[in-house]
Design a protein around this ligand. Structure first.
Ligand code: PLP
Length: 360
């Protein structure tokens, strides 16, 4: 077996320990004679899996009882619609546009009501987070929406916007469980799991209980009502059982490392190795305003397309996969999520250094 260092933005690398455990349990989950993939979602055994997963994420994130944790089939894209359907009671919402994902969410919301773009960083290709201390928040806004970590552009809110008392909704897909968060600052905090938690096909939404009601937009399909899932413990439909199981293992893996504070320390160490080199390099440079840098996604360029392509090829030869940047930034992007070991980042930097020496 030979594993590469996978810098993909998502689906992304998973902890090897988690994959091994799943492998060991694949054919016979704890003596029941079947795989979790084959198990009834109404069985006691699966109930234990989902209950434990919920208890562990609640512990990790210190989620108060006044919030529900929903394991929702689908992806972050589903939330682009599900959020306005459930929350747009006045028919108004404010969006802060810091990249493609925020923009897509904003455009989707406009199908259901008045979606205002109250700030944007598009003028500089989304390379920074706008000043959000005094935004023109609509008096009637049902919520203010952000994409907290911008996967494509590599920016992160290091300070949450001043919502002037309005509910904050956050797409935290690419920074989910990367550091401690104060859930009480949000109405809805959600993430598609395939960036930093588990396999693609599920979204975890942490929703304040008072926002979970039958008072949703009339067009809302039953399955898209938060209340449908909240009332049934995320088992309204047949859930993505396999995903819940793997996410549960990742929660335990993070707990074993020491929880989210420890995870943050590790992530900071990894990011520092890369950013420090980028700041000293004469060939490579980061594309983002320093104060808004993400710990998870690090885009960088040489400024020369051919050189970028050459580097991506050299990286691949060295077992560093998926370092090609997103087309809207170009160059390279290293996604260094929780499961990327520090050795992977060190290897990337050593390959970059050597490449710089040989090609400058
Ligand atoms: C990847 C990503 C999405 C889209 O995820 P899907 O699973 O394809 O719906 C949305 N928001 C953010 C921040 C992402 O990183």
């Amino acid at each position: 077996m030979s594993r590469v260092y996978n810098f993909s933005a998502g689906p992304a690398c998973l902890p090897v320990d988690v994959l091994k455990e799943a492998q060991e349990e694949m054919l016979d989950y704890r003596g029941c004679g079947m795989s979790v993939m084959e198990m009834s979602h109404r069985s006691a055994m699966f109930q234990e899996i989902i209950d434990e997963a919920e208890a562990d994420i609640r512990e990790l994130m210190s989620i108060p009882d006044s919030y529900k944790v929903l394991f929702l089939s689908g992806s972050a894209h589903h939330q682009f619609a599900q959020v306005p359907m459930n929350l747009m009671k006045n028919g108004v919402a404010d969006y802060i546009i810091t990249g493609n994902w925020a923009k897509k969410a904003w455009k989707e919301a406009a199908k259901y009501g008045k979606a205002n773009a109250v700030a944007s960083s598009e003028d500089k290709n989304f390379s920074y987070i706008p000043d959000c201390s005094d935004l023109p928040i609509d008096e009637d806004a049902d919520y203010v929406y952000i994409c907290e970590n911008n996967t494509i552009y590599g920016t992160k809110y290091h300070k949450l916007p001043n919502t002037k008392g309005k509910i904050l909704v956050s797409d935290a897909s690419s920074c989910f469980l990367s550091e401690p968060v104060d859930i009480t600052k949000y109405g809805v905090y959600y993430g598609g799991v395939q960036k930093n938690v588990g396999p693609a096909g599920m979204c975890i939404a942490i929703v304040r209980e008072d926002l979970i009601t039958d008072d949703v937009l009339p067009c809302t399909p039953t399955i898209m009502k938060y209340k449908s899932q909240a009332d049934k413990g995320s088992l309204y439909n047949t859930p993505n059982c396999w995903d819940i199981y793997i996410c549960g293992k990742v929660f335990k893996w993070i707990k074993k490392l020491g929880g989210l504070s420890a995870m943050k320390e590790i992530n900071e160490k990894k990011a520092e190795i890369l950013y420090e080199y980028l700041d000293s390099s004469k060939m490579f440079r980061g594309t983002v305003a320093k104060e808004d840098r993400s710990l998870m996604n690090v885009p960088f360029v040489t400024g020369d397309k051919d050189l970028d392509a050459k580097f991506i090829a050299v990286a691949k030869e060295n077992g560093l996969e998926n370092v090609k940047g997103h087309r809207s930034v170009g160059g390279m992007r290293a996604s260094i999520y929780n499961a990327m070991p520090i050795e992977g980042v060190a290897k990337l930097v050593s390959v970059m250094k050597q490449f710089e020496e040989e090609n400058l």
